[in-house]
Design a binder for this molecule. Structure first.
Ligand code: ADP
Length: 191
């Protein structure tokens, strides 16, 4: 199964993607994790992405689209993958459509984790205060404000984009994490 997990920063996409990976064997493809790895390794992509990410803005579409396109070709993706943090705007969604079509693949479902802004802000503040040692460069009040603004302006329109395709399923992301997992499993149906 090929899935997208859609939702604002701090919605729990990473947590749910990991659980799906464990339960169903689909691979989690997090563009945020891949970009942070590129920054840590000091690659050309990392050098471009570092300051953009720290501010909470979007890295150029061409970069993330080519990262995902290449990653999907690796053999571990053949039994299914979960896109976490991609696409993040309509241009990326259109590029994804083209990439998948070219590879003879198609999306099975888009799961939206719905969470109110007030809850997101306190979750990210807790994540920053609980993480020992390395705090993410973008887990501060200013960058979070930007990330939420970017989400509402650029990413939220994808809800309609995928609703119109008939593949959107919305899950209450404010429930207990185990209940969210149950709802995600229900939305996807049996393995
Ligand atoms: P969160 O969902 O908490 O914002 P992510 O790890 O998904 O965290 O993303 C962190 C940052 O990485 C984003 O704010 C952005 O700068 C960059 N990024 C991740 N995915 C994309 C993408 N698809 N397009 C552009 N930038 C991205």
């Amino acid at each position: 199964m090929k899935l997208i997990l859609l939702g604002p920063p701090g919605a729990g996409k990473g947590t749910q993607a990991k659980r799906l990976e464990d339960n169903r064997g689909y691979v989690q493809l997090s563009t945020g994790d891949m970009l942070r790895a590129a920054v840590a390794a000091g690659t050309d992509v990392g050098l471009v992405a570092k300051d953009i990410m720290a501010r909470g803005e979007l890295v150029p579409d061409e970069i993330v689209v080519s990262i995902i396109s290449e990653r999907i070709d690796l053999p571990d993706c053949k039994d299914g993958f979960i896109l976490d943090g991609f696409p993040r705007n309509v241009r990326q969604a259109e590029a994804l459509d083209a990439v998948l079509e070219e590879k003879g693949l198609s999306l099975d479902a888009v799961i939206e984790l719905s969470v109110d802004d007030g809850i997101l802000i306190s979750r990210v503040e807790n994540r920053a205060s609980e993480s020992q040692g390395s705090v993410r460069d973008d887990d501060n009040a200013e960058a979070l404000k930007t990330r939420l603004g970017v989400y509402h302006e650029q990413t939220a329109p994808l809800i309609t984009y995928y609703k119109n395709r008939g593949i959107l399923r919305t899950v209450d992301g404010m429930a207990h994490v185990d209940d969210v997992s149950r709802s995600v499993e229900e939305a996807l149906g049996p393995v």
